[in-house]
Design a binder for this molecule. Structure first.
Ligand code: ZN
Length: 313
């Protein structure tokens, strides 16, 4: 029986979206179902399952609606989808997603390169998505994820004042949460502390998730820094899948297994069963044969005598 106490942190698994759209191979739909089932069985209660973008751009996400509909059958799960624009939001709402996440680049250069829109135009898009949500599905949550918040491969430094400004604009556009993403793996813990503190001072309770990458080995340190600043939602990916198309062989997203281990070892409950989480790697491997996956904890195993306090059986 799983303990019913509310976990102290929410681990938001992004592998089925962020991970799968970063690899060349396309995971068959039935394999996606099995993997998402295994993640849910491990206790994950928020999963970003798909991205609603044209299949011509991302064939890996052509089955987004089906995947959302399958995920809706899993009890207690918040089914999240990435949408880049109003059209994507319409499709995601039609499929029944519980939560939408919209990437907004803090870097002016990245915004133009990625979505061919200025940051101001993306704020307009956010406002339109919020209006659509209010009209069609008032219960659905809308999150803005500020990408390149800690630095950009195109323009280098991203001024912190601009990130704070953008967070305020997103909040004013009516989104429920504003998260900060280290898209490029440039962040360090001092910067993470500083920026989350400034954003919280600006938008208060709308301060959302930390989406950290492990490109330079600082993913967990950055998550801990964000935790110390009051962040309680963390994005990560099983096996560290995806998140870094520019550095082949390097882990991108923070590894869910390592992140859960860190928090559980600290006595911070995640609601996730580590043994079942490790088992979910088999479903991922079966769906993407030959794709490298990462994780220090899965490779080393759990420490001798390690017990997860809040989870029994
Ligand atoms: Zn990522």
């Amino acid at each position: 029986m799983r303990d019913t106490t509310t976990p102290q942190v929410l681990i938001s698994e992004v592998g089925p979206r962020d991970g799968l759209q970063s690899v060349k191979a396309t995971m068959p739909t039935q394999r996606k179902f099995a993997w998402i089932d295994a993640l849910h069985a491990a206790g994950l209660r928020e999963i970003e399952v798909a991205s609603f973008v044209p299949a011509t751009l991302l064939p890996q996400m052509a089955d987004a609606s089906e995947v959302v509909q399958h995920a809706l059958s899993l009890p207690g799960l918040t089914v999240m989808a990435l949408v880049p624009n109003v059209r994507g939001a319409q499709a995601a709402l039609a499929a029944g997603a519980h939560k939408l996440t919209i990437p907004v680049s803090a870097s002016a250069a990245h915004s133009m390169a990625n979505v061919r829109k200025t940051r101001e135009q993306m704020i307009d898009e956010l406002r339109a998505i919020v209006a659509l949500r209010d009209e069609r599905a008032p219960g659905v949550k809308v999150e803005a994820g500020i990408s390149t918040a800690f630095g950009c491969t195109l323009q280098g430094e991203v001024p912190e004042d601009e990130v704070v400004w953008l967070a305020a604009q997103c909040a004013a556009a009516g989104v429920d949460d504003v998260g900060l993403s280290d898209t490029t793996g440039y962040a360090n813990p001092a910067q993470v502390r500083r920026l989350f503190r400034r954003v919280r001072a600006e938008i208060g309770d709308k301060t959302g998730a930390a989406h950290m990458h492990n490109t330079r080995g600082l993913g967990l340190a950055n998550c801990l820094a964000a935790y110390d600043e009051g962040v309680r939602t963390f994005d990560s990916s099983l096996g560290g899948l995806g998140g870094c198309p520019y550095a082949p062989g390097a882990s991108g997203n923070v590894v869910t297994e390592d992140l859960v281990f860190m928090f559980e070892a600290m006595g911070v409950s995640t609601g996730v069963d580590l043994n079942r989480l490790m088992a979910a790697r088999e479903a991922l491997k079966a769906g993407l044969p030959g794709e490298p996956i990462y994780g220090m904890t899965p490779e080393a195993g759990l420490p001798k005598g390690f017990v997860q306090e809040a989870i029994h059986g």
